[in-house]
Ligand binder design. Structure first.
Ligand code: NAP
Length: 337
């Protein structure tokens, strides 16, 4: 190799100006991911910039030719953009890590949380999906319990922050709060109703059975990532006026009786999870932190049911951090060169 060959990879982030995209850039920088050149893309509807390693970069509209010249592309924009471009790039040999919901349930696409199922990665499967942010919290928190005892069914109530619905939803919460504190009326467009000083038991669209798309995603993705096709999941997903951090109340029905003490000791050894014995986690206490947090472990309706409380930063482990961890796994295996 010539001595002056530049070190690192050409990496692109599609959706770099969004909630997840901006976090992703910070994580790449913080974890010293070997980026030689970073290309940032946005909708291009207005002139936008991002910061990376102390420099200001322009984030223009997508340029497919430039994307195809990269070793790795992160998609953090929308299902439609990923659907259109991700498979084409993967076919051309570019590693693609996609945070949208477009490919998560496709059998040939690995849906990966490295702590749980890094073995699903294959050198020939260049398109990799990162999971739903709410699903990631329960998947990480419960996977050791599932592996050691077996989870038969999960009942979940989620309390999901507005940043989970993107920057437009976050702006909506802030402007509604200001309007209401000033005696005005809230206006809703990004979310299905007013969110300031309110909660909405709707995350996504309802299907003909009355289940929301978020509830369906969590159930289907949890079955895939835990390799548990028979797992039964019953959930109510709720949007709450929290800026960042998804919380879940979960009741796990197990294959055999497990004491809360035993469940706690399994949770303490679960990779990617921080178990809080004394103080329960909250969105504020977990915001900006990498691990998934759990607390309030107790017996449910009988000795086979464990109840717990889980909190995770939806923008970090729920999205950007998990994607970078997948890329790090590809580096470790020397597949991404
Ligand atoms: N937010 C979360 O907690 C979370 C968690 C897991 C997965 N995800 C997924 O991550 C993705 C991004 O979510 P987000 O919350 O970051 O959304 P967001 O804040 O709304 O950001 C969307 C990003 O996509 C860009 N974009 C929109 N239309 C585009 C187009 N036609 N061409 C290129 N770029 C375009 C936007 O650019 P402009 O700035 O120019 O509009 C922006 O950079 C989504 O697929 C979402 O499902 C989000």
């Amino acid at each position: 190799m010539p001595a002056n060959k530049p070190h690192g990879l050409r990496v692109a982030v599609v959706g770099a100006t969004g909630m997840v995209g901006r976090e992703l850039l910070q994580i790449l920088e913080k974890r010293r991911f070997p980026v030689r050149e970073l290309l940032a893309f946005s909708s291009g509807k207005s002139q936008k910039t991002v910061r990376f390693r102390g420099k200001t970069l322009h984030a223009p509209a997508i340029n497919e030719k430039l994307l195809a010249s990269c070793a790795l592309v992160f998609f953090v924009s929308s299902d439609e953009i990923s659907q259109r471009l991700a498979p084409r790039l993967a076919k051309r040999g570019v590693w693609v890590i996609d945070d949208s919901a477009a490919f998560r349930l496709k059998p040939q696409v690995p849906l990966v949380i490295p702590e749980i199922n890094a073995e699903a990665l294959r050198p020939s499967r260049k398109l990799i999906a990162g999971p739903n942010c709410t699903m990631t919290a329960i998947a990480v928190a419960g996977f050791r319990l599932h592996a050691s005892v077996g989870v038969i069914s999960a009942r979940i109530a989620s309390y999901q922050s507005v940043s989970g619905a993107g920057s437009a939803a976050l702006q909506e919460l802030l402007s509604q709060a200001r309007a209401m504190l000033g005696g005005g009326r809230p206006k809703a467009s990004a979310l299905p109703g007013p969110i300031a000083f309110n909660v909405l038991p709707q995350v996504g669209r309802f299907d003909r059975f009355g289940r929301s798309s978020e509830e369906n995603k969590v159930a289907a993705e949890l079955r895939k990532i835990w390799s548990a096709p028979k797992l039964r999941v019953s959930m109510t997903a709720v949007r709450v006026p929290v800026i960042r951090g998804h919380s879940l109340a979960a009741w796990l029905n197990l294959a055999k009786p497990v004491s809360p003490a035993k469940a706690r000791s399994i949770l303490e050894k679960t990779p990617g999870l921080k178990f809080a014995r004394k103080q329960y986690p909250t969105p504020l206490s977990c915001s900006g932190r990498d691990p998934v947090y759990a607390g309030r472990v107790r017996q449910g309706v009988d000795s086979k049911e464990i109840a717990l409380w889980i909190v995770s930063d939806n923008l970090l482990k729920g999205a950007a951090l998990n994607s970078v961890q997948i890329a790090e796994e590809l580096l470790r295996r020397r597949w991404l060169a």
